[in-house]
Design a protein around this ligand. Sequence first.
Ligand code: PMP
Length: 362
Amino acid sequence: PAEPPADAPVRVRPEIAAMPTYKQGRQADASAHKLSSNENPFEPLPGVLEALAAATEINRYPDATAAALRARLAARYGVDLEAVHVAAGSVSILAQLIAATAGAGDEVLYAWRSFEAYPLLVTVAGATSVTVPVGPDGRHDLAAMAAAVTPRTRVVLVCSPNNPTGPAVRRAEFESFLAALPSDLLVVLDEAYAEFVTDPEAVDGLGPAGYRDRPQVVVLRTFSKAFGLAGLRIGYAIGHPRVLDAARATAIPLSVTAQAERAALASLEMEPALRERVAALVERRDRLVAGLREAGWRVPDAQGNFVWLATGEQTMQVAARFDEAGLIVRPFAGDGVRISVGADESVDSVIRIAASVVEGLP
Ligand code: PMP
């Protein structure tokens, strides 16, 4: 492990000092399209803003258990109140579940490349990341992941659709994967982009053939993407009450604001209108993928609200080309560029720049 910086005024754990900080895409000015954070490009619905404005008691702490929202979600998914957990973004729940199950000497297994927060959260917990590369098609290699489980593995994170590569895990392969795992191993199915999935074979952790009755599986969902509440920080998990109790035990108390809870409740009331927006984004996504493929890019199946270009060593140059055109994308150096599905007019601009770039690639 790297030495902590000599100029640190206090002792920092060396593994923390060596950590890269979470990088956010550059903030956009008015003329640019911010396509770097998989956000929902639509402005909030008026009804959601009204619900927010109604939450005026900011001199009071919020309800620590977010009981109203949990009750609503419990009814929706047909589970007990205790089988629902709400936190300040699904990334908080990931942190809680990892902290609750994995410590020094323990392993957390996930595919790579996947969500950038995974390695950070594992390191903060003091545990060790074990990664299995996604295939050239951007898919999880679940057989290789099952083979990578050791007696020290405490959690497996499965991201479906996978951020940033795009494909969703298939139900059948997920079933075989679960069957191959030790029965007491926690599997977190991270479905932050579930609402955008159109692959009929994709796993749906909360669908009719979901995992409510599998005590080892926790399904993560968020209001950040399809519901457009990224700025309010609110997400949830459905899982076994005892597993979620462990997550609740590690949670920083009172992190979910009353505003976030109210906006989430209002969003659930307005779900049909929000689903229409999701359908529009899915249509844009599919148009984007078709245009990129036509331009000569090999684009993996895109099941979220983003697409992946495997640009390898050219990644930073390609990202700069988009940037110059007012399209802020997310580069992962040496690997690829992730582009979110944004405003309608951004779709054609992305295709145009991508088409001009592909000619310059080896
Ligand atoms: N999981 C995945 C795969 C994500 O891409 C994200 C957001 N980028 C999250 C979880 C976290 O979302 P939030 O904390 O906003 O709910």
